[in-house]
Design a protein around this ligand. Structure first.
Ligand SMILES: Nc1ncnc2c1ncn2[C@@H]1O[C@H](COP(=O)(O)OP(=O)(O)OP(=O)(O)O)[C@@H](O)[C@H]1O
Ligand SMILES: [Mg+2]
Length: 253
């Protein structure tokens, strides 16, 4: 079971320009998550969501504090889905899938086929990224992240570059895949509706990189945005967002 533990994490970037001030992207964040949970991190642009994910994935390091990701006491395997699919254009879909995997060849191929099938791209193994639509490329990105058998899956706004209809259908597919695999997922979005649709738990970050709110979502899956309870949960979260903005404006004077 994957466990992520974040304790007293801060991240400060050096000033962007000479004489400027350092940027405090994350300020004293602590939380833990474990097991078959889908946790969303929501918050306004610039509140440190991607920075947090980059630190969890090891791409970046904390200024202070600790992040540990373990699977049954050992170092956990991670999968990552980015805002854009980041496929290598000169490699086929299957080659892109195999490129990131360190599993034995046979297992890697069988996993790649299984997850490509799940995202409706069982026919696309030999196609090149340039022959795929943006939505199809993002499907490959999602299949690729699942196929490396990650203990913890990190997703950074994977649908934000897509049109609303494609984003909606990919969200539904992700929901089905998550229900089938029950991976531990940390998902970044600034879309409250998306967070309510997909998550067991929603952590809201405020400007300045602090945790503003941490709430569980008990609604059964699959969730439909047209369901009144869904709408109520979404409204409650949006209300808290408004409170957060009001407090910020008041603090500025
Ligand atoms: N490599 C970097 N060097 C300097 N500053 C950075 C760097 N990466 C992020 N920042 C700063 O840290 C803050 C948080 O950025 P981050 O990308 O984590 O925000 P975000 O919540 O992901 O925003 P968005 O929703 O727009 O993607 C911002 O002020 C940003 O300018
Ligand atoms: Mg970001």
């Amino acid at each position: 079971m994957a466990t992520l533990q974040i304790e007293k994490l801060t991240k400060t970037f050096p000033a962007h320009s000479k004489g400027g001030r350092p940027v405090r992207a994350i300020q004293d964040i602590s939380f833990a998550m474990s097991g078959q949970v889908f946790v969303s991190l929501v918050g306004p642009s610039g509140c440190g969501k991607s920075t947090l994910l980059n630190i969890v994935s090891g791409v970046d390091s904390p200024s202070t504090g600790t992040v540990t990701v373990t699977q049954d006491g050992k170092k956990a395997r991670l999968g990552y889905v980015f805002q854009d699919s980041r496929l290598l254009p000169w490699r086929t879909v299957m080659q892109n899938m195999l490129y990131v995997s360190d599993l034995p060849e046979e297992e890697a191929r069988s996993n790649a086929s299984k997850y490509l099938e799940m995202v409706g791209l069982g026919h696309a193994h030999e196609m090149f990224p340039g022959q795929l639509s943006g939505g199809m490329q993002q499907r490959v990105g999602i299949a690729r992240a699942f196929s490396v058998s990650p203990d913890l899956l990190l997703m950074d706004e994977p649908f934000s570059h897509l049109d609303a209809i494609t984003a909606r259908s990919l969200r539904e597919e992700l929901q089905v895949m998550w229900n089938a695999t029950k991976k531990t997922v940390l998902f970044v979005t600034h879309d409250v509706m998306e967070a309510v649709q997909l998550s067991n738990r929603i952590i809201t970050l405020a400007h300045g990189g602090t945790v503003f709110d941490d709430t569980t979502v008990e609604l059964p899956f699959p969730r439909k945005a047209s369901d009144p309870e869904f709408a109520a949960q979404q409204a409650e979260l949006l209300g808290r967002f408004e409170t957060m903005e009001l407090e910020r404006t008041a603090a500025k004077g």
